[in-house]
Design a protein around this ligand. Structure first.
Ligand SMILES: Cc1ncc(COP(=O)(O)O)c(C=O)c1O
Length: 400
């Protein structure tokens, strides 16, 4: 049976059937089962921060697998302690909870915000999230997500969550005026929402209103965290420190891990027994995360995301035709095309050896590994330039 047949026979129908079978990876390159090489500018959707199979990460995983893979949180390990200490040191947060994914991290953040509402005697207080946001696919996080298409026919979903348009200070003020608010969730750059950064004045308004109303500010940095935007946390671009920050994706170079960062004050809302995660912080995942943090530091990858990200945006702007806007921060880049040809461009680029991702009909998302070089950017932009030119940037009928 061919790939399509095997996939559709055995896998639950939640994903579009992939067109390629990937076999191995190295640095910024993936190789398919036939040995064809691809320049990977999506990196497992902003996950493979140190590149594919970085030797230090591989060695750390191998060594740890031989020693101890799992014990649960009934016992401590040196790895989980060191990983929490390192994350706290690099972010300025005080406490860390480990889990396996972004949605799980956001679930705990949401539970903590609910607990805060109870603690202040206002259990009815709402949580504010932003339109076009994306926070995950569990029932609570899909409700938090400000895109109704992800919620369709999955109700009834948890209540007490309202959405306001991103960057609309007046709507935010009105939401605070209308009802008690327990907390606000935001992504500093909305990734799935089209790679759109929040305006600094909006972030300041969120911070001001949260402080004035004793509401918790929660940053979902699942996509933007761990150096992706050219700062370790995207909040560092905005000069704010949210009460809670969630991480996942790039934190362990592709080994599943999520983390919730708390201040002492927000962590004090939780007590033993309030939450748990069997696999969370296990020795294998924390070994991969520790190696990832080492590589990030030694190879100065956060700085590279800043500098090479700026170069990537500049090159796309100057060389690729039919581009309406280039957005994003660091190596999380959105390219809005004038014509609705994003999906066709993605397919053509794939054939030409460049992997990227289309968000809707107009936007391409580029999120290469943080080890990407200027030379690799040149190569990727050359492919993109050719592919978009060939498609005819202003011919919408060709979005096949
Ligand atoms: C901002 C953001 N939050 C949460 C999630 C969900 O993460 P996961 O798929 O690991 O559950 C994603 C995934 O794309 C994301 O981009």
């Amino acid at each position: 049976m061919d790939l399509k047949g095997r996939w559709e026979t055995s896998l639950a129908p939640t994903y579009a059937t992939p067109g390629l079978v990937m076999d191995r990876g190295q640095g910024c390159h993936l190789y398919d089962a036939a040995g064809k090489r691809y320049l990977d500018f999506i990196a497992g959707i902003a996950v493979c921060s140190t590149g594919h199979s970085h030797p230090d990460v591989v060695r750390a995983i191998q060594k740890q697998a031989e020693r101890l893979i799992h014990v649960s949180n009934l016992y401590a390990t040196e790895n989980v302690l060191r990983c929490a200490e390192r994350l706290a040191a690099v972010t300025g947060y005080e406490k860390v909870f480990f889990c396996n994914s972004g949605a799980e991290a956001n679930e705990l953040a949401l539970k903590t915000v609910r607990r805060h509402a109870h603690a202040k005697g206002k259990p009815e207080a709402v949580v504010i999230a932003l339109e076009q946001s994306f926070h995950g696919r569990t029932t609570a996080t899909v409700r938090l997500t400000g895109q109704p298409k992800y919620q369709k026919d999955f109700g009834p979903l948890p209540e007490g969550i309202v959405h306001v348009p991103a960057n609309d200070v007046v709507a935010l003020e009105m939401a605070f005026a209308r009802q008690p608010v327990a907390g606000v969730f935001l992504e500093f750059v909305q990734g799935e929402g089209g790679v759109r950064a929040l305006k600094p004045e909006f972030v300041q308004a969120v911070q001001r209103l949260c402080a004035a109303n004793d509401a918790l500010l929660v940053a979902d940095e699942v996509q933007t965290g761990v150096g992706r935007t050219g700062r370790f946390l995207a909040s560092m671009h905005f000069g704010v420190r949210p009460d809670i920050t969630t991480l996942a994706k790039g934190i362990a170079s592709g080994v599943p891990m999520g983390a919730v960062l708390f201040t002492s004050r927000s962590a004090a809302l939780l007590a033993p027994g309030d939450h748990g995660c069997t696999f969370g912080g296990n020795p294998l995942a924390t070994a991969a995360a520790l190696a990832t943090l080492d590589v990030l530091q030694r190879q100065r990858l956060v700085e590279n995301a800043d500098v090479t990200g700026a170069y990537l945006r500049d090159q796309v702007k100057t060389r690729v035709p039919g581009v309406k806007e280039v957005r994003g921060l660091g190596l999380l880049v959105g390219v809005e095309l004038e014509a609705p040809i994003a999906k066709a461009v993605k397919t053509d680029a794939e054939q030409a050896g460049l992997l990227l991702n289309a968000i809707g009909d107009h936007v391409l998302r580029l999120a290469p590994p943080l080890v990407v070089t200027g030379h690799e950017v040149d190569e990727a932009v050359s492919i993109l330039e050719k592919v978009v030119s060939r498609r005819g940037p202003s011919d919408p009928s060709r979005n096949l």
